[in-house]
Design a protein around this ligand. Structure first.
Ligand SMILES: Nc1ncnc2c1ncn2[C@@H]1O[C@H](COP(=O)(O)OP(=O)(O)OP(=O)(O)O)[C@@H](O)[C@H]1O
Ligand SMILES: [Mg+2]
Length: 254
């Protein structure tokens, strides 16, 4: 039997993607994420982070390249990939009419948990994300931070091998952000691989063992937070500004 543990949990080779009217968004993206680590994808607005996450999580087609997630080829076996991943998109995908608890139980059932198991898991996640008090209120009454926390809880409903988090803490206050960080760390300690995008350099610094810096659809630098800082002799902010060319201006074309 092959030893899967030494293979990357996420592998992207020469990934290319264009949108009609927009042109090239991913321009030969290469990425390898070590199993059980938290890996950050950093880059200015429009760099292609969300597009990459959507392709890796089977939600978007791609033009060329090879993408393998949890040992399954995304193009040839998307169902195999889907069975092993969790995703929290940049914008929450919750049912507004249902309560927080109902959303969690619904997603649990969609992931083939039995009713009782879905209920138990929902309770655990409501507690972890400090949502017990609001558990039985409809999501349309939730604040932005509460929605974000619930969305993350939903992405963790089933034990995923690989978790994709697109800007997991955007819009959260410092306390909620700290809770998200704790949850991500716990998951990684338990063996889950996490690939996250973030605009917060502090988040990448504290959470990620490796960071890939993206600009104009390709990786322009990669290393541990300390390696990237050493490269520019400054902070991660300095590294970000030096390594990327500012906002990707074509972003406005969408
Ligand atoms: N469905 C689409 N059709 C056309 N263009 C798109 C589409 N989705 C994304 N784009 C364009 O692709 C580029 C990359 O977008 P993407 O959302 O991947 O960037 P991002 O790095 O996630 O940015 P942000 O930091 O703002 O979230 C942008 O120019 C965007 O306008
Ligand atoms: Mg994005």
């Amino acid at each position: 039997m092959r030893l899967l543990s030494c293979e990357p949990a996420v592998l992207c080779e020469g990934l290319r993607k264009s949108f009609p009217g927009r042109g090239v968004v991913l321009d030969g993206l290469d990425l390898a994420v070590t199993p059980g680590t938290v890996h950050g994808l950093l880059g200015p607005n429009g760099a292609g982070k969300t597009t990459a996450i959507q392709i890796l999580s089977t939600l978007q087609r791609f033009d060329a390249g090879r993408v393998v997630v949890a040992g399954h080829d995304v193009a040839r076996d998307p169902a195999g990939v889907r069975a092993r991943i969790g995703v929290a998109g940049q914008y929450a995908a919750l049912d507004e009419v249902l309560t927080g608890r109902q959303n969690l139980e619904l997603f649990g059932r969609l992931h083939h948990l039995r009713t009782r198991a879905a209920r138990t898991r929902a309770d655990e996640l409501l507690e972890r994300f400090r949502l017990q008090a609001a558990a039985d209120r409809p999501v349309r009454h939730y604040s932005g931070g509460m929605r974000r926390r619930l969305d993350l809880a939903v992405s963790m409903i089933r034990d995923a091998r690989v978790l994709f988090l697109d800007e997991p803490s955007t819009g959260l206050d410092p306390r909620s952000r700290g809770e998200v960080w704790d949850a991500v760390r716990e998951l990684a300690e338990a063996g889950t691989t996490v690939l996250l995008t973030t605009q917060y350099l502090e988040e990448a610094d504290r959470l990620c063992s490796r960071i890939s810096v993206m600009d104009h659809g390709r990786i322009v630098a990669e290393g541990s937070p300390d390696e990237l800082k050493a490269r520019v002799g400054g902070s991660l902010d300095d590294a970000f500004l030096e390594l990327t060319g500012g906002p990707n201006l074509q972003e406005a074309v969408r």
